[in-house]
Design a protein around this ligand. Structure first.
Ligand code: MG
Ligand code: ZN
Length: 345
């Protein structure tokens, strides 16, 4: 059978995992970018697709704290919690597990690095708004690379606890950079990029911080040799939904799509990288009653300014990708990764 031959040609266990999250990216958000790009979408390059049920431990409609926690720890938790169980126990994250296995780890986001989604890869707090604590936990983490915005949270003068996470990072061997130029040039054992004082603005105004940092992250983490886990978030698709702005949604998904293209190019050449793209939840209750694929126009209707509880899409490529099909729990993705990587419980 031809299909079986193709599948068997790939190694079963990937060396690297690139886990991509479009925050607030439901099917309509993905399709709005496909239409806007007149069909030239990187989403259409994935051979395996499925759906993820996003409800949290406490609510039909999740927030990004519980949503990220489900994806990165395999546990449903209370809304707002970051990698912390409903009974207050820290949950080991995918990146922490990979660190224990000697793999390199990192993340790249287009919002502040201590926002809910990236936090769920390295922090353990009951409320995503505990920014000082989250920032401190990032400075004490065993990540090898991170990039995003939010420098102000790391500076002593802006903190109630009088601590300086930026000093902690430097003391722990991180080379800190604050511009995209410096990020491209830097060569160090551990790299931290804080590219804006506060939250980066929307795309395209913020520039190529997601694409450039992704390429740097892959270059840096793949050099380490023992495989890597990289989390990439298209963070601001969610903000487009909250603002009920289809222009914002399309711009943000187009930016994310470009990064998906870069990642797939790498994975196709590398042959040992499992790529998963999904969302933590949908935002805005977006639907597209009218549009034109020929002209690249979409007419949108948002039904809420909040998150919704609908299923979100899952896309997978690479060794093990065939496991990410059908209707899954958001927590299944983590457990499937553990199984594919043959990590014991
Ligand atoms: Mg997020
Ligand atoms: Zn949101």
């Amino acid at each position: 059978m031809v299909v079986a031959t193709v599948l068997n040609a790939q190694p079963k266990q990937p060396k690297n995992i690139i886990f991509m999250v479009g925050d607030g990216m439901g099917v309509a958000q993905v399709y709005s970018s496909i239409v806007a790009m007149k069909g030239k979408s990187n989403f259409e390059r994935f051979p395996y697709t499925g759906f993820s049920k996003t409800y949290s431990y406490s609510d039909f409609t999740t927030d990004s704290g519980a949503g990220g926690t489900a994806l990165f720890t395999g546990s449903k938790v209370n809304n707002k919690a970051i990698a912390l169980s409903p009974d207050g126990k820290p949950l080991t994250t995918l990146l922490e597990k990979a660190q224990q296995k000697g793999m390199a780890t990192g993340f790249v986001v287009s919002t502040i690095v201590n926002c809910a989604t990236p936090s769920a890869t390295y922090a353990h707090v009951s409320n995503r708004d505990q920014f000082d604590s989250i920032t401190l936990q990032l400075s004490q983490s065993d990540l090898d690379f991170f990039s995003g915005g939010g420098l102000m949270y790391f500076e002593q003068k802006n903190r109630k606890d009088g601590l300086s996470p930026i000093d902690t990072l430097t003391k722990r061997g991180f080379e800190m950079v604050y511009t995209l130029d410096d990020l491209q040039k830097v060569n160090a054992d551990k790299i931290g990029a804080l590219l804006t004082p506060e939250r980066p603005v929307g795309y395209p105004e913020r520039g190529e911080i997601l694409s450039v940092a992704t390429l740097k992250a892959i270059e840096h983490l793949s050099k380490k040799g023992d495989g890597f886990v990289l989390m990439i978030e298209g963070s601001q698709i969610d903000y487009g939904g909250h603002d009920t702005s289809i222009t914002k949604v399309v711009n943000e998904v187009v930016d994310f799509d470009k990064v998906i293209g870069l990642v797939l190019d790498y994975a196709m050449q590398d042959g040992e990288t499992l790529v998963i793209v999904t969302a933590d939840h949908e935002t805005g209750g977006l639907t597209l009653p009218f549009g034109s694929i020929k002209d690249g126009n979409v007419e949108a209707k948002f039904t809420t300014t909040h998150h919704t509880g609908v299923m979100v899409p899952v896309f997978a490529y690479g060794p093990g990708a065939e496991n990410f099909v059908g209707i899954m729990e958001n927590t299944d993705l983590y457990h499937k990764i553990r199984q594919i990587m043959q990590w014991e419980k």
